[in-house]
Design a protein around this ligand. Sequence first.
Ligand code: CP
Length: 315
Amino acid sequence: MENIQITSDGKLNHLLSIEGLSKKIIEDIFLKADSFLDSNNNNVKKVDLLNGKTIFNLFFENSTRTRTTFEIAAKKLSADVINLNVDTSSQSKGESILDTINNLIAMHADMFVIRHGQSGAPYFIAKNIDSRIKVINAGDGNHAHPTQGLLDAYTIRHFKKEFHNLKIAIIGDIKHSRVARSDINALNLLGVPEIRVVGPNTLIPSGIEDLGVIPYSNMNDGIKDVDVIMMLRLQKERMDNALIPSQEEYFKAYGLTKERMLLANKNAIVMHPGPMNRGVEIESAVADSKQAVILSQVSFGIAIRMAVMAILLED
Ligand code: CP
């Protein structure tokens, strides 16, 4: 695919995937996010950077965290933000996605934040609209979720400071996870030396090693001595047929329990992009423990999304 997310002079033009970004672009996003955080309490400050800009949230798939934090981020930047209710829009009367988008552009949209079940939908839109309008991918099929990859890496930077000495395990349904792909791309760019993917063979795509990760089918081996544990949800809605024997069997083999946590580095942090299924991939005692930084990921998502929107739209 043509890399339309970077301009000829190396600047961010859209955010469609982590693939194709440079380390410098990611570091600039982190520095911008830092500038929005109050150093005392990590709350985000309201600024007037995007006063007069109009941002449309178009979510063709459900979301709690991403849609809401994009809305908060846009409001903290003083932009006008509109959440199009896709279920009650004219999409249900057969209007094409590009006709819908072009009508919203006629209403003076400056940016679209798009989640879609079809991999490549945000790219298709970005490629076929007025080039002055910016597109952010808020998750497309099993392809990419770039702002999640950025906020996950930013959360790790907050708690671990450096990337060059980390062992990170990403655990669960790697095959259907756009988050796993974006995390792997971001962590590789940032110089993490050891990224493991852990799960049953049916949920780890063949050739995953080409992404610069080490596959493990045994959970206890996979989390041994790691500094960061990222748990993933089983994406049953994207599975064509049963890829695990049962949820109980899955939890027994791959569930993150207090007992298994003892195998990881004693200062390991536990992450999860949400939505979390307690008792399926993670035990409540771990999800609610001091080592879990799951809610910090959500909070940092606001600053990261502010940074991406500001970089794309600032004059
Ligand atoms: N992490 C994430 O994408 O969560 P939502 O589906 O709630 O947006």
